[in-house]
Ligand binder design. Sequence first.
Ligand code: HEC
Length: 195
Amino acid sequence: MVVRMRGLRFLAFAVVIGCSLAACGPSVSSDDTGGDDTGDGGNGPDAYQGPRGGIAGTVWMPMHSPTQAPKGGAERGRYLVDHVSLCGDCHTPRNRFGVPKQSFYMAGADEKSGPLGEAVPNITPDKETGIGDWKRDDIAELLISGTKPDLDNVQGLMYEVIQGTPHGYKDMRKEDALAIADYLKSIPPIKNKVK
Ligand code: HEC
């Protein structure tokens, strides 16, 4: 009886080891590892763009973020800018390896280093080269309606992210747009002339 028990245990042990060596169970090909964890709706490996897979891949990539969203003020703005709407994916220039240059946080990029060959304005509070003379309402208005303080309409990629497919910045609550404005007004002004 004792001998038989030991035999069974050994058998179980052997099955476990055997499984891990021979990969029994559902077979996983390397193609399947792409990831439903990217929130791409599980469209298979081809839909996964990766963190450096261009605008579509980078803008909506989940990043490290606080477990609870701050409820209001510039702290909520920071959370929305850095973790939800990812403004820096376009407004912070990248080096030649594609890594954002943090010393130019939100300071804009010219056509050469900007996303998809588009120049992106400096949105730090620098008065001369950024948006230091915009009021918080001006910034919130632009995010929701796409209209600049000079009543011009915003163009290109910024227009696209405001409109969204189907949801864009235009759908955010006014308080959130104002929180983003408060945060942008609190970041260090950086002199960087883009246009
Ligand atoms: C997909 C790229 C992209 C993303 C993401 C993006 N922007 Fe922009 N943004 C642009 C481009 C390009 C322009 C210039 C549009 C134009 O010239 O009409 C622009 C223009 C602006 C302007 C107008 C500045 C000026 O001097 O005219 C503001 C303000 C702005 N963006 C704020 C934001 C904020 C805040 C976010 C995040 C909530 C954000 N943007 C996210 C690409 C982007």
